[in-house]
Design a protein around this ligand. Structure first.
Ligand SMILES: [Zn+2]
Length: 451
């Protein structure tokens, strides 16, 4: 809270107190005395100047373009901002932005209402891109944007105008170094690090509702209020190298490819393709492309028409008629009715195509020899130790292929960010013969001999 808002909050409290002390002066006719009326009008005036949430936090709601432009221009001077978004994603392909919360290091709070800004555009054709000032701020490389678990926020912000924010710090990644695991939720980290338990009652609220309730506003402000404190708390504890690792991992979340799926690449996101033959892969590719295209065109979740499991069942024993499609395990018969002919046409198309046109998975690595297997086991044991120490499941840290690549070419560690810091660097040093693996206090660790 800044100096100005502290004063306003204090002033309002004083007014309300004075008013309470005057209650007994209400006349027999039930009319308020002149002094009370004057106090009441002052309170009302104060509240239009500034808004307070139920925790007496002063915030600025932003519902028109002029205010957004002015606020964002002012925020360009900050070195970092805590940012959070609320959105609705029920039954749609794309998330729909409902609210953007921003807090400064001084805990000034801004609630940007994209629904109001978009509605304003309807009445004012002069405004072509109502959220442009916000995008400009988010793209400013000199203002670090602090999010917790940024991926979905980045996705919804990117979808707005197909522009990517810049300069990101994800506190969820930073929390890995404090041993909270790689997927620690905001409330859990706040509880563990700051000892504060957050109100979770609004997690499933409808953020598209207007006006927002007092509870929603307080919850929305909580998200950035505690994010400010968490960022300050975390950065005070991380080493410079750890902070750089967090920035590196956060920057990876800013690749547009993560958020726009090309329909003909959609098949690569499906799990369980390894055992399929090239012809089956061609069917997966074709059906997944159809599904993605359909989902994008109708703005619907893609599983509405065809689940991954049903898609894989189709290609296991490809039906040649719509009637046969109905018998595929796990398939939705309404989808077969509406789209079955399209799907059969696509399957036929693969059968008549030249085998050379079938897609291929990236070639598998040559199998490890017995010597490499021994090193692989040792590396794996160290990874298990790190997994235990940092509460990150081993499958989220490293794959067997990545370890094998490192063993074969230890000069070229394949990781960045926290993985490089916690795993890649120590393993690389060891594989290059510059440290020794030892046991201390029943834990595996590397010792670097002092020279
Ligand atoms: Zn939130």
């Amino acid at each position: 809270m800044n100096f100005h808002s502290v004063h306003l909050a204090f002033f309002e409290k004083a007014l309300l107190y004075a008013l309470a002390r005057n209650q007994h002066k209400i006349s027999h006719a039930g009319k308020k005395c002149a002094e009370q009326l004057r106090l009441l009008s002052l309170v009302a005036k104060l509240r239009t100047m500034k808004n307070f949430d139920t925790h007496q936090r002063c915030y600025t709601p932003i519902t028109d373009h002029a205010a957004l432009r002015q606020t964002c221009a002012q925020l360009e001077n900050e070195s970092w901002l805590a940012v959070d978004t609320e959105f609705v994603r029920v039954d749609t392909y794309y998330p729909e932005l409902s609210l953007v919360q921003i807090a400064t290091a001084n805990r000034d709070f801004y609630l940007i209402d994209p629904l109001a800004l978009l509605a304003e555009k309807e009445h004012n054709p002069g405004i072509t891109q109502p959220l442009m000032p916000l995008m400009t701020l988010l793209q400013n490389p000199n203002v670090l944007k602090v999010f917790h678990s940024a991926r979905q926020d980045v996705e919804v912000l990117f979808q707005l105008q197909h522009q990517m924010p810049a300069a990101l710090f994800d506190t969820q990644i930073a929390a890995i170094f404090l041993r909270h695991g790689d997927l620690a939720g905001f409330a859990r980290v706040i509880e563990a690090e700051l000892g504060i338990s957050l109100d979770k009652s609004q997690t499933r609220t409808n953020w598209h509702a207007r006006p927002l309730s007092a509870e929603q506003i307080a919850y929305a402000i909580d998200d950035v209020d505690y994010l400010v404190r968490l960022y300050q708390h975390l950065t005070a504890q991380l080493s410079e190298a750890q902070k750089q690792a967090v920035l590196q991992d956060s920057a990876k979340l800013l690749q547009p490819e993560l958020y726009q799926t090309q329909p003909d690449q959609a098949w690569l996101k499906i799990k369980g393709l390894k055992r399929l033959k090239p012809k089956q892969l061609a069917m997966v590719q074709s059906l997944a492309a159809w599904r993605e295209q359909h989902a994008i065109e109708h703005n619907q979740p893609k599983k509405w028409t065809l689940s991954d499991d049903a898609l894989l069942e189709i290609v296991k024993r490809p039906p040649r008629t719509v009637a046969a499609l109905y018998k595929v395990p796990g398939i939705k018969s309404s989808s077969v009715r509406d789209f079955g002919e399209d799907w059969i046409a696509r399957i036929d198309c693969v059968f008549s195509a030249e085998p050379e046109s079938y897609p291929q998975l990236p070639p598998a690595l040559p199998e490890p020899n017995p010597q490499e297997l021994a090193l692989l086991d040792a590396c794996h044991a160290f990874c298990q130790q790190v997994s235990l120490d940092y509460a990150v499941p081993i499958q989220n840290m490293v794959s067997r292929d990545e370890l094998l690549c490192l063993i074969r070419e230890p000069h070229r560690a394949p990781w960045q960010g926290w993985r490089h810091h916690l795993l890649g660097k120590p393993l690389q040093t060891w594989l290059l013969g510059q440290s020794t693996l030892c046991v201390q206090a029943q834990r595996l660790q590397f010792d670097t001999p002092s020279r």
